[in-house]
Ligand binder design. Structure first.
Ligand code: ARG
Length: 475
């Protein structure tokens, strides 16, 4: 059913209808469109713009449609252009001409962005909840391996030993920032556009503040032209989802490495691994690879919307219809990836021996020599030079740093003596790094406890917001 046509002498060409049509992807906005229609109806009713009978009939028809859309009894047909026209057809089929009453004071321009905001908020709460589950899995694993020594890398070269709990817990920090970003985004996105009309507001006695409140938005638009053309919340959403994807891709990369025979650190559970169609022995960390690979489409969706928005004139332009598929795709992608990665992280076992064996390799304790000299008041540049000479001597003579003789130490630097051997152990190096946020087990435990407390509070906030949202929707 077309929502326009009076001034046209012919209906659109098939190719025009095909290009215009968004119902194949925007139908999922139906529940939110129906809910915002109920809010619009309430305003039309309270300002006596429609008769009591029409109001009642529309209210029950809208509620019937909610049930019929949910059960699949009411679905789009070939002639429906978009979700708004399909639902108006539904109303008209039930009520005849009264089905067209709701269009008073409302345009698809303010309607579609209100629906999309509601959709995005609903799904961001779900994604946030999944991220907190991932946080739980990461923090559980981190405490399990809280004091397990492992090599720490920079440039994928052995750098300094770390505790593996520290290595794992670092991921909790990036996802905590993602959750903070989602929280900020929720604040900024919780703005109703309903009442902005096509672009200029309405001459009818509508009440945008009341509809905003009814729909659970924290605020309403300040400028009707901005309201119908602002898609900052879509761009920001896609950026946040991209960054979550990038963080997941870094987990994917690590897990893929760690599961290799060369590393032999990670044993990914069978449930979260896949096999090869030709090599019967293979067990591949495909979930980790997909987490890494999917980040590409997330960034692609962000670029797609940013490019569409660039230079776009105000107010509404049909280009804006292109906001939906990228947003839907990024949300769907993370709803698929997150549960699999939560499971993969929670069920992976790590090989303590292999990690511990690797910890001192590559002269990763050389910094201990430099720090030892610094404690003896030697300028760091000199201390660094001396430690480097120890490494060179060890390398040329096939020994480890603690295997040099007292004489050799003294020859390299007069302040270097056999006492240095006491700090040339992995455990010593780990236990010494007790400064705030360092890798010493005592600090890692504190870090994990803080992250858990923060995650618990976030979980509660999300649950409260979800409850409020469900309450608003189930009118
Ligand atoms: N399907 C359109 C969209 O997604 C709805 C708004 C159409 N508005 C218009 N003036 N043609 O943006």
């Amino acid at each position: 059913m077309a929502l326009w046509g009076g001034r046209f002498s012919s209906s659109p060409a098939d190719s025009v209808f095909a290009l215009s049509r968004s119902i194949d992807f925007d139908w999922r906005l139906a529940p939110y469109d129906l809910r915002s229609s109920l809010a619009h109806l309430a305003v039309l009713q309270s300002s006596s713009l429609i008769s009591k009978e029409d109001g009642k009939a529309l209210e029950s028809a809208l509620k019937e449609l909610v049930a019929e859309v949910t059960s699949g009894k009411f679905t789009p047909i070939a002639s429906d252009e978009d979700v708004h026209s399909a639902l108006e057809r539904g109303l008209t089929e039930k009520l005849g001409a009264t089905g067209g009453v709701l269009r008073a004071g409302r345009s698809r321009n303010d309607q579609v962005t209100t629906d999309l905001r509601l959709f995005a908020i609903d799904h961001f709460l779900e994604i946030a909840q999944l991220i907190t589950q991932l946080q739980d899995a990461i923090l559980d694993k981190a405490s399990e391996y809280c004091d397990a020594p492992a090599p720490g890398f920079t440039h994928i070269q052995h750098a300094q030993p770390v505790t593996f709990g520290h290595e794992l817990a670092k991921h909790a920090q990036s996802f905590a920032r993602d959750l903070d970003r989602i929280n900020d985004w929720l604040e900024r996105t919780s703005v109703s556009s309903l009442g902005a009309g096509a672009l200029a507001g309405s001459s009818l006695p509508l009440d945008p503040l009341a509809t905003a409140k009814d729909l659970g938005f924290k605020a309403t638009f300040a400028n009707s032209m901005d309201a119908v053309s602002d898609r900052d919340y879509v761009a920001e959403a896609l950026f946040i989802l991209s960054l979550v994807g990038i963080h997941l891709s870094r987990i994917g990369e690590e897990w893929s490495f760690w599961a290799s025979t060369e590393f032999s650190w990670a044993k990914v559970d069978d449930q979260y691994s896949t096999g090869s169609s030709i090599m019967p022995q293979k067990k591949n960390p495909d979930m980790a690879e997909l987490a890494r690979g999917k980040s590409g489409r997330l960034v692609g969706n962000l670029v797609s919307v940013m490019t569409m928005l660039k230079g776009l004139p105000f107010a509404y332009n049909r280009d804006l219809q292109e906001d939906k598929e990228p947003l839907f795709d990024s949300i769907d992608t993370l709803l698929l990836v997150l549960p699999a990665i939560v499971g993969m992280v929670a069920t992976t076992h790590f090989n303590r021996e292999a990690m511990a064996q690797g910890a001192p390799l590559g002269f990763s304790l050389a910094t201990e020599i430099a720090d030892y000299l610094v404690l003896k008041k030697i300028p760091f540049a000199q201390a660094h030079e001396a430690a480097g000479k120890c490494v060179a001597l060890c390398e040329s003579s096939g020994r480890q740093l603690h295997e040099l003789s007292d004489g050799e130490y003294a020859q390299i630097h007069p302040s270097l003596d056999g006492g240095v051997r006491a700090v040339l152990t992995v455990q010593g190096a780990l236990d010494a790094r007790v400064t705030h946020g360092g890798t010493a087990p005592v600090q890692v435990r504190k870090q994990i406890a803080d992250a858990r407390a923060k995650n618990g509070a976030t979980q509660k906030n999300i649950a409260d917001a979800q409850k409020a949202f469900t309450g608003m929707m189930s009118l």
